[in-house]
Ligand binder design. Structure first.
Ligand SMILES: Cc1cc2nc3c(=O)[nH]c(=O)nc-3n(C[C@H](O)[C@H](O)[C@H](O)COP(=O)(O)OP(=O)(O)OC[C@H]3O[C@@H](n4cnc5c(N)ncnc54)[C@H](O)[C@@H]3O)c2cc1C
Length: 416
């Protein structure tokens, strides 16, 4: 597909911490009342000033959640910054919720494989899915969002809700295939926010409550760019059949780090800020590491092809992390990309490492990959370090968002 003139060039997504912090600085004045009153408006790809578009950086921890909320509260006060702060906590809520229910992720992956197999046997369904992904359904707004997603790697939050709702209720396509389409093309594609965002729209997160897109709402919040005919949308759809999620499991404790073991540092797309991981505070200086490497496994997001913008952002973010780790005293960072688990084991063995230290890898494709690599790693243990932010917020994600929301004032005091 060719780049449309009204869409921002892919080069706008510079995958460095420096660019993420620069965006944060530019957006600071808008994090207060302006965000609260305008955030729901989707003015189109060339009018994104009402939202931060920081999610690709936050998703990889090139910019931390604490940095975002601290900036908002410092400039606007807790009350005016409340809405922005809450949205950041939604991200942590979804992460914690999925972390305590890994079965929901597994069920999504298994169901997705079954959905994909069904496509092989139902040519009409396969054609309808292809039309939806290629923006050829004939529904203007939906087709424009499909194109925008593939060509820019980003969609406004409201557009994500409308798109998912139309996919599920109007086009009646399997929700997991839609979630997979997002995960393959959103530069901020995140196993928790995305899977659970789709489940929330479908009515699978809160019993009896689905998000059903309305024509008036699309016309209002797109400033009239789109005016769908209400008769073309399933405006009165019912939630998908309820399937109660499992109760939360206790959060797995972070495996202890042995500072005396010969150790190699592994950096993944889940956390590209190795210099603030705090392993020094645990008695292990970066300069004492036997080896360091970045692991890029973007393709693990899906069995289908992942978009080039996602791949490029992952590659650049890991490159940026490698340079910062080296500058902070780590050994020369090896770049492991599209490798097999055995390659990871060989890398650790070459370095003489009996321990791999990495930032906590939450439930999702990278965790799945690491779990599958454990047999190849043999006696090499993996110590995952969980950040203070996650340790503090995730335990509250046992039920609905309200439990996290009521903790926000205390969490802000403790974490910023
Ligand atoms: C169906 C669906 C799928 C989604 N998939 C993803 C995904 O794969 N990755 C992802 O990061 N977000 C996802 N979201 C949440 C949300 O749409 C994006 O985080 C947000 O649009 C990112 O844009 P922004 O950085 O301009 O957000 P801003 O409005 O500027 O918000 C600031 C930050 O808060 C966080 N945030 C804001 N809104 C949400 C939210 N509703 N849920 C979770 N975190 C939020 C993000 O980290 C964001 O960068 C999804 C939402 C839906 C409805």
């Amino acid at each position: 597909m060719s780049q449309r003139a009204d869409l921002p060039a892919p080069a706008d997504w510079t995958p460095t911490r420096r660019e993420g912090l620069a965006r944060l600085e530019r957006f600071r004045p808008a994090m207060g009342g302006r965000y609260a009153s305008s955030r729901n408006h989707d003015g189109g790809p060339s009018a994104r000033g009402n939202v931060s578009t920081l999610s690709p950086w936050v998703r990889r921890r090139l910019v931390g959640e604490a940095e975002l909320v601290a900036a908002a509260v410092a400039d606007h006060g807790a009350s005016a910054a409340e809405k922005f702060v809450q949205e950041v906590f939604w991200r942590s809520y979804w992460k914690g919720w999925l972390e305590m229910r890994p079965g929901v992720w597994r069920a999504y992956r298994d169901g997705l494989s079954a959905d994909r197999a069904a496509l092989g046997e139902d040519r009409r369904l396969a054609r309808r899915v292809a039309e939806a992904e290629e923006g050829r359904t004939g529904l203007d707004c939906f087709d424009a969002w499909a194109t925008e997603l593939v060509e820019t790697g980003y969609l406004h939050n409201h557009a994500r809700m409308w798109f998912a709702s139309i996919w599920i209720f109007t086009l009646r396509l399997p929700w997991r295939l839609g979630a997979d389409f997002f995960l393959r093309h959103l530069i901020d594609g995140d196993p928790a926010s995305n899977t659970l965002g789709w489940r929330w729209v479908a009515g699978l997160h809160t019993q009896g409550k689905a998000y059903v897109a309305q024509a008036w709402n699309i016309a209002k919040f797109t400033g009239g760019r789109f005016r769908p005919d209400p008769r073309d949308l399933a405006e009165n759809a019912e939630p998908l059949p309820w399937d109660a999620p499992p109760p939360p499991l206790p959060l797995a404790p972070a495996p202890p780090l042995d500072p005396s073991a010969p150790t190699a540092l592994l950096i993944t797309e889940e956390d590209c800020l190795p210099e603030t991981l705090g392993i020094e505070a645990r008695g292990l200086a970066l300069s004492r590491l036997r080896a360091a490497a970045t692991l890029q496994i973007t393709a693990a997001r899906s069995d289908a092809a992942v978009g080039p913008l996602v791949e490029a952002f992952d590659r650049g973010a890991l490159e940026d992390a490698a340079r910062r780790a080296e500058a902070a005293g780590a050994p020369v960072v090896e770049r492991l990309s599209a490798v097999a688990p055995e390659d990871l084991a060989r890398w650790a063995a070459r370095a003489g490492a009996t321990q791999i230290v990495t930032a906590w890898v939450p439930v999702g494709p990278v965790r799945d990959w690491l779990e599958a690599a454990r047999p190849a790693l043999g006696d090499v243990r993996v110590a995952m370090v969980r950040r203070q932010w996650d340790d503090a917020v995730w335990p509250h994600a046992t039920a609905g968002f309200f439990r996290v929301k009521k903790e926000i004032p205390a969490l802000l005091r403790a974490l910023t």
